[in-house]
Design a protein around this ligand. Sequence first.
Ligand SMILES: [Fe+2]
Ligand SMILES: [Fe+2]
Length: 205
Amino acid sequence: MENYLDFVITNDLKKDIQQYFYKYGKQDTFEHTLDVVNELYDIKKQWGHIEEGSELACFCHDLGRVVKNDEIIDFCIQNQIPVLEEEKMYPSILHQKISCFIAESVFHLKDANILDAIKYHSTSRKNPKMIDIEVFLSDKMSWKEAGYKELAQKVKEAMKVSKEYAMFYYLNELHKDRESLRLYHSDTKDAFEYFREKIDRTAMQ
Ligand SMILES: [Fe+2]
Ligand SMILES: [Fe+2]
């Protein structure tokens, strides 16, 4: 396996992140990263502010994509990253935990809120923090691929109501499709149930 931890950082984190992706041939993931950061800036324009740390979390969210698909499980075992039974069915989902691990061990990030936002950017979780929500939504709204672009647009529409409503909208779409998904992660289900209840409560007030 390639040594994905063999990288020396400078004092220019954003440049380092680009260099890191380039070193492992992941220019496309770096381009996606910039798209995600731009979506975050749009959230800032729309709502007037974003959480401290959201930008850095967006920059780091997909660092784990450098690890090749057939090396994901081995990488996790080698680095004591916990792998759930359900995640073995769809190892690609582990890139969120690997991103968190690389952000911490290669890029020396220490802020627990930023690390968690990276770790749950793909599945979300029950009662996510606002930084989690901003990174999660920026990622989804950046999708340009056929079949996902429309969904990204709908999430943006939902965002006009609130960030929480946008979370509910997206998670509800996943929930409706759960039978056909390769993995409907237990954390995603928890997040869906959390927002369903939260949106219901708000509607009743
Ligand atoms: Fe991701
Ligand atoms: Fe992403």
